[in-house]
Design a protein around this ligand. Structure first.
Ligand SMILES: NC(=O)c1ccc[n+]([C@@H]2O[C@H](COP(=O)([O-])OP(=O)(O)OC[C@H]3O[C@@H](n4cnc5c(N)ncnc54)[C@H](O)[C@@H]3O)[C@@H](O)[C@H]2O)c1
Length: 339
């Protein structure tokens, strides 16, 4: 195969990055893009010299020159485009969370199976070297058997109030803990079986955004290990990093700490003191580098080499199942089984 002919659905913050990375990649050609607003479609087509733009992704899927399509719509709107992409016989790269219900996830797995197409879910944190090292360290047995984990992803309030316009249609757990649940299941090599969660709605609700300020969930895995997943959207904007990201794995003969609040650089100016982020995405000598471009590149290799992606639709489905149980528990106040 020569280049993978890519389409993109959703041209917001993430869709822009997909267009930028794939349009510069020697193994990819961005053939067409789609978003709801014509002005945004025109802007992206102009910025990355993409010839074909659509405001209805279904029209884009009528083309006969697409091999794979990225779905980068808001959290609750992955299912319909992903189903239509797979049903049209294209491979799908779907943003996290894969879907916001298990029934939707199972339907996508069925369509992919029927059509013989691949699904990769963009849990790009698996490409961050500290997490990968944690996975291989645990798998080597060096720190014994994992017993418990704690994973925190807390954003500054800017993310919920300004960065995305649809915070009220999702939760910090769908948006943030989805990454951590994927990481811990991967590192534990075990599936989640039950969840109990607590959440508070005060600050964001008071600002007209009907979602949780903070969620803490405890999830038990089939191995007997358990993990606490914390996600919050109300750190003050004075916090020096957009996200406070911390993961701990405690095992019978050792532990691992991964602290990504600080990615080795701190910058002070007369206006601010910050910890800029660069490990996921950073332009270096004119090209995007980091875990996110590597995740995108491996999707191209999975198609070219006709092998399973490193993060599959099944992985996405399992994370959705844990999150569905967490949200049921937030409502019921009970421990809920993972479907
Ligand atoms: N992997 C990561 O690290 C990471 C980071 C941030 C966001 N995300 C995820 O990426 C997804 C997109 O987030 P974002 O921040 O880019 O959102 P955004 O609001 O900036 O962009 C969403 C885009 O989707 C388009 N859209 C919505 N419905 C559509 C439809 N039916 N057809 C075509 N286009 C449609 C909108 O027009 C917009 O262009 C979310 O699921 C989010 O959780 C992932």
């Amino acid at each position: 195969m020569e280049r993978v002919r890519v389409g993109i659905i959703g041209l917001g913050i993430m869709g822009d990055l997909y267009a930028k990375i794939y349009s510069a990649h020697p193994l990819a050609e961005v053939v067409a893009v789609s978003a709801l607003r014509q002005a945004r479609v025109d802007e992206m087509c102009g910025r990355y010299q993409i010839k074909n733009g659509y405001t209805d992704y279904r029209k884009m899927l009528e083309r006969n020159d697409l091999d794979a399509v990225v779905v980068a719509t808001p959290d609750r709107y992955h299912f319909a485009p992903a189903r239509d992409v797979l049903d049209s016989g294209r491979h799908a790269l779907v943003e996290k969370p894969f879907t916001t219900s298990v029934a939707e996830a199972d339907e996508l797995l069925r369509v992919a199976e029927r059509k013989g197409r691949k699904i990769q879910v963009a849990f790009n944190h698996r490409w961050l070297s500290p997490y990968h090292q944690a996975k291989t360290t645990v798998a080597s047995g060096k720190i014994g058997k994992p017993l418990a984990a704690y994973a925190r992803k807390n954003d500054t309030i800017f993310v919920a109030t300004d960065y995305i316009s649809w915070a009220g249609e999702t939760t910090s757990a769908w948006f943030l803990s989805s990454h951590d649940i994927d990481l811990i299941r991967w590192i534990f090599d075990s599936e989640p079986v039950e969840a109990r969660a607590w959440g508070r709605k005060e600050v964001l609700a008071g600002r007209g955004i009907p979602t949780y300020d903070v969620i803490q969930a405890q999830v038990r895995f089939a191995s007997g290990a358990f993990a606490t997943f914390e996600s919050a959207w109300i750190y003050p904007n004075t916090f020096p990093s957009i996200v406070d990201s911390f993961v701990e794995v405690l095992a019978t003969a050792g532990h691992i700490h991964m602290d990504r609040k600080y990615e080795s650089i701190e910058v002070s100016t007369p206006e601010s003191y910050t910890f800029p982020k660069g490990f996921l995405n950073m332009e270096v000598f004119g090209r995007m580098r980091g875990a996110f471009p590597s995740c995108l590149e491996d999707f191209l290799f999975a198609i070219r080499d006709d092998r399973a992606p490193f993060v599959t639709g099944f992985d996405g489905r399992q994370v959705t199942a844990a999150l569905e149980a967490i949200h049921r528990s937030l409502e019921s106040g009970q421990t809920e089984p993972v479907g």
